[in-house]
Design a protein around this ligand. Sequence first.
Ligand code: GLN
Length: 389
Amino acid sequence: MLVERMRPFTSTIFTEISRLAVETGAINLGQGFPDTDGPASLLADAAANITERGANQYPPGPGVPALRAAVAEHQRRFHGLTVDPADVVVTTGATEAIAATLLGLCGPGDEVVVFEPTYDSYAASVALAGATLKPVLLHPPAFGFDDDELAAAFSDRTRVVLVNTPHNPTGTVFTPAQLTRIGELAVAHDAVIVTDEVYEHMTYDGVRHVPTATLPGLAERTLTISSAGKTFSVTGWKVGWVHGPPELVAAPRAVKQFLTFHGGAPFQPAVANALALGDDFYAGVTADLTRKRDLLSAGLRAAGFDVLIPQGTYFVVADPRPLGFDDGVELAWALPERCGVAAVPMSVFCPTGAGAAATRPLVRFAFCKRDEVLAEAAERLAGLATATS
Ligand code: GLN
């Protein structure tokens, strides 16, 4: 019965691997969610919004004013962007922002350029819109794109180029030069740039996240998406947002009314306050995740993997070929049973055969877990070499 365009999307790798992890009792480094809660002030604020402040009915359509103002202020403080709170639309997570944006901008005949491996909801949302996906490969191990391949993906049917930086699942962070080149092509083909920046506060080793909207001439054609889920370790709250010039942001604003109407009433004002937390909070996010990245990367290396050190996100890509595995899908399905750790294969994030072939051996591990959990995972993974020999 399922409509044809959604038939490839009956499940997600996160659902499957998390189910397997629960069944086998494995440490779940597959689906990316933290195993600690966000800042205490944020949690207390949301609880009080429910029990003391009566924030339990529909919030205003585009989001509570305090959150829209806080998003605008956050963009000024961290990225030097001037955003009018009137041009911020609060959504049910970045996921809804992506879906509402694509549904609002694209239809049959339109093309959407994405970078593969690509976050799974992109292909599904493009399919929902009835538009066509045009993937450009991020070549391992550095996960850069080839300029000719990028240029060839654009045409007079290109409606949107969907950028994700810092990039899930590769951990790469697009450079200003790469973003500028994407921008040139978007201008040449009069395409809208949609940029998913949910990992904006997670970059390492001095690498800086550069929002596309900060580059000369690009703000006027860019919709910027982010979310509270990653930054504040509240992935289950689903508070996200999208902002951009009024004529562009009108698209997701219209569509989201008919996806969820409006949600997250008690969470929105709490996230507004959290966005204003001091620099020490944000520095702590980076410091903690740098340590966790290094802990897991060292564990994976000791276990015999080649490790592709990420510049951003909370995912690390590992190449198991030194251990004798050349199929990441097979490995990800065997790993929980074999050594009690779950990971996700990279090739499932690739809509094309070329992308799947290029990433075939690779697996992605999430490191947004307590240090002792990462240490235990590393110890378990160390058994993989002996289990195979
Ligand atoms: N964004 C998270 C990840 O990439 C999980 C998303 C989800 O479960 N849909 O692991």
